[in-house]
Ligand binder design. Sequence first.
Ligand SMILES: [Zn+2]
Length: 113
Amino acid sequence: MHELSIAQNIIEIVEEHAAKMKARHVTEIVLDIGAVSGVVPENLEFAWEVSAKNTVVEGALLKINFIEAKAVCLECKKEFELDDIYTMCPHCGSFQFEIIQGKELKVKSIKIE
Ligand SMILES: [Zn+2]
């Protein structure tokens, strides 16, 4: 489950921010997670609970902002939504497309006190 290292990574980023802002507690973290980022939100939530113990984010509310994936077909130039990267253009059947949205994996905002 690579979500564990991702969760630890995110916590490090948040800890850095919190230290800079001289915050004692982080109350809320909002993450942007794209549908084809390779992260399963449920797994990340579980990994988060494990990793957050005894850190500045312990007890903070984790909000996941799930972003649908979109691609543009390089053949017919039409946009379409996709659930995973192993798909094809529903308009022309091409496997040549560029993902324009849905790879996001980042901390969008944090609330501190
Ligand atoms: Zn197409």
